[in-house]
Design a protein around this ligand. Structure first.
Ligand code: 4NP
Length: 174
């Protein structure tokens, strides 16, 4: 029997601060729970193609035990809407951009398989709150990103366990 992972794409604006952090944290929480989930990240913009995460993002992630240093930024592409099961936006502006792209793809009869949601969709500590953009601010903003991503990732894992969403994807059509 073959099985396929449940695929999640974390999305912010630049793909050098919030979404790489969300990617490694969500991947860590899902793997720790034994869920077959594959996480990637991308930006709605193409401001930093192929760049490593912002040095501040790398440092704060490292301080919290996460390694984002190997990730490289890329822009969201049409194929992502076909390939991923879930696309998680860091804030409402990212979510609105993703909904617009999904609508345009549907209008062109292109596949949109992904569900779109906020990273904080199920988070009880920051319910449906945006993960604030830390790029133009200080250290506190980067710490806040890690805290919110941890809380949100924990909530997604709980949600997947309750709903069996991941297992259902892993073993569908086999
Ligand atoms: P991110 O942060 O969306 O969390 O990666 C930003 C990174 C870069 C820029 C804005 C936000 N920028 O304007 O270059």
């Amino acid at each position: 029997m073959t099985s396929s992972p449940y695929r999640v794409l974390c999305v912010c604006l630049g793909n050098i601060c919030r979404s790489p952090t969300a990617e490694v944290i969500l991947q860590h929480y899902a793997s720790m729970a034994g869920l077959m989930v594959e996480v990637d990240s991308a930006g709605t913009s193409n401001y930093h193609p192929n760049k490593a995460p912002d040095p501040r993002t790398q440092q704060h992630a490292k301080d919290s035990g996460y390694d984002v240093s190997q990730l490289r930024a890329r822009q969201v592409q049409a194929q992502d809407f076909a390939d991923f099961d879930l696309i998680l936006a860091m804030d409402n502006s990212n979510l609105a951009d993703l909904h617009t792209q999904a609508q345009q793809l549907r209008a062109q009869n292109k596949a949109v398989n992904a569900q779109l949601a906020l990273m904080s969709e199920h988070c009880d500590k920051y319910p449906k709150q945006p993960v604030p953009d830390p790029y133009y601010g200080g250290a506190e903003g980067f710490k806040q990103v890690i805290q919110q991503c941890e809380s949100a990732a924990h909530a997604w894992v709980e949600h997947w366990q309750l709903t069996k969403t991941v297992q259902n994807k892993n073993y569908e059509n086999n």
